[in-house]
Design a protein around this ligand. Sequence first.
Ligand SMILES: [Zn+2]
Ligand SMILES: [Zn+2]
Length: 286
Amino acid sequence: MKLFIGGVRGGRPVIDAEFARYGGDTTSYLIEGQAGERLIIDAGSGLMPIYERLCASSPSTRHVCLLFSHYHHDHMMGLPSFLPLYSEEWTIELAARIFDELTVEDVAHSYINPPFWPVSLEDMGAALRFRIFDDESMERASAYGGLEIRWCPLRHRGGSTAFRIDEPATGASIVIATDVEWSESDQEEREWLRKLATEPSPVDWLLFDGQLDDAEYEHYRGWGHSTWQQGVQLAAEWGVEHAIITHHAADLNDQRADEREQAIRGQSAKARLAKQGELIELIRSS
Ligand SMILES: [Zn+2]
Ligand SMILES: [Zn+2]
């Protein structure tokens, strides 16, 4: 199982040479299973680099599943221009929890529709499937090809979702937890995420919202995000070998990101900041 990082930013994309190395696109990740499964988590502007990766890595694949952690604009803005939606050759599955009594089908239809977009979702061409993660599904894994998907709710403004992806054939496993405010999470929410990361066995990789630094957190309390220090510490507590810190603020330029990454590695040699365009083999630790 591999992780391709399409976009790393929170809030909005940034385009300038000073952001070139860590990347300027907003949140979107691609999980590639060894049997050809293609699972996308979130559809920020980083969905475009993911589309390019889909074309390059598996040109004959015409099926993809998109999971949404939540519907904030930085996690959705790439969806209307996702080219496979315009092709009858593609089957696209959209999957998410219900937020504000709206299913993923409701949200997708209102997001891709006039006056916000010139074409309506149902007129685009691709065959669409919708999957709802209802509350009962939190207790069990659901299958996507040879991959297993588990989830739990996260504390965030309006709510968000963490996903755990396992590939039983190889033992590879990752939890993707963006956007989350750990400091404001209650005991139950903390326990849900701990269980997701450690049961049935600890994952080897944790991708975590570390938009903030401990020193600046108080100023942003209640904004819905965590600190990179919390991400590194939780990975250590839960026995997760590799922490990847993501959802970088729009003002975190490459120079500041280098400094932050150095600080991160000072706390954990195997932790790092997410970099757009990176392809990571999610190897099992032991
Ligand atoms: Zn976000
Ligand atoms: Zn958000």
